[in-house]
Design a protein around this ligand. Structure first.
Ligand code: 6PG
Length: 227
């Protein structure tokens, strides 16, 4: 996992340096922890932190100090170790009674950051679940059919069930989309996602953005390479 995370960190340095303002939507989950730690340590002095604006691709609907929060993960792994303008950090709010109000509030934040008809993040970093989900877009979810919202509440089959996620359309308009997928436990999900005709959420995004880049390790890519 560290070799691919190191290569990805170096690539993110180059992307961040290539623009005045780098709008970066982060992934939650465990896989990117190594990447975030590298950005906070080995690569800390390479990144132009003053031009970085951080967003979240999805969030578990729990308080920010809850260990299952993606904000909590990224604060511990990255934010506490780098000098980034607090006004450039845009976590998804989870303090509304109604998750849909939180989703609408985050959509308003995004619309204040992007003057375009859809958010055009410089980079969206995504993970891949065993069932082919990405962000918090899960198989069979009505959220996959939403064509006009940028941010919506969804339900996860695993705890915490309540989630907030960017929609496929919001993700699909990014300038660059990266999936970080590592480990033998992701072999099947990766192979399915890259197989024509598969209908997982990640495959749906890939069909809209065939230029999405998969950053993987040997273990995760074993089935794909053998094809
Ligand atoms: C989350 C993520 C989710 C994650 C995948 C993979 O909130 O958990 O956004 O989409 O990327 O579930 O998770 P792992 O990296 O922990 O395997």
């Amino acid at each position: 996992m560290s070799a691919v995370s190191t290569a990805l960190a170096q690539n993110i340095v180059e992307l961040a340096r290539s623009t005045e303002r780098f709008h970066f939507a982060l992934s939650g989950g465990n896989t990117p922890r190594t990447l975030y730690a590298l950005l906070a340590t080995d690569f800390r002095n390479e990144i132009p932190w003053e031009s970085i604006h951080l967003f979240w691709g999805d969030e578990r609907y729990v308080p920010q100090d809850n260990a299952m929060s993606n904000y909590h993960l990224i604060r511990e792994a990255l934010l506490e170790h780098v000098k980034i303008n607090p006004s450039h950090i845009h976590p998804i709010p989870t303090n509304f009674d109604d998750p849909d109000e939180a989703a609408k509030a985050y959509e308003a934040v995004l619309k204040s950051c992007f003057s375009t008809s859809w958010p055009t993040f410089n980079l969206v970093l995504l993970g891949l679940g065993h069932d082919g989900h990405t962000a918090s877009l899960f198989p069979g979810s009505p959220a996959l059919e939403n064509r006009n919202r940028w941010v919506i509440p969804t339900k996860s089959p695993t705890e915490p069930h309540r989630r907030i996620t960017l929609t496929l359309s919001a993700l699909a308009h990014a300038k660059q989309i990266y999936f970080l997928v590592t480990g033998a436990d992701k072999t099947d999900a990766l192979q399915r996602t890259l197989t024509e005709g598969e209908d997982t959420p990640a495959a749906r995004l890939l069909s809209r953005r065939p230029d999405a880049v998969f950053w993987t390790d040997e273990a995760a890519a074993r089935r794909v390479r053998d094809e």
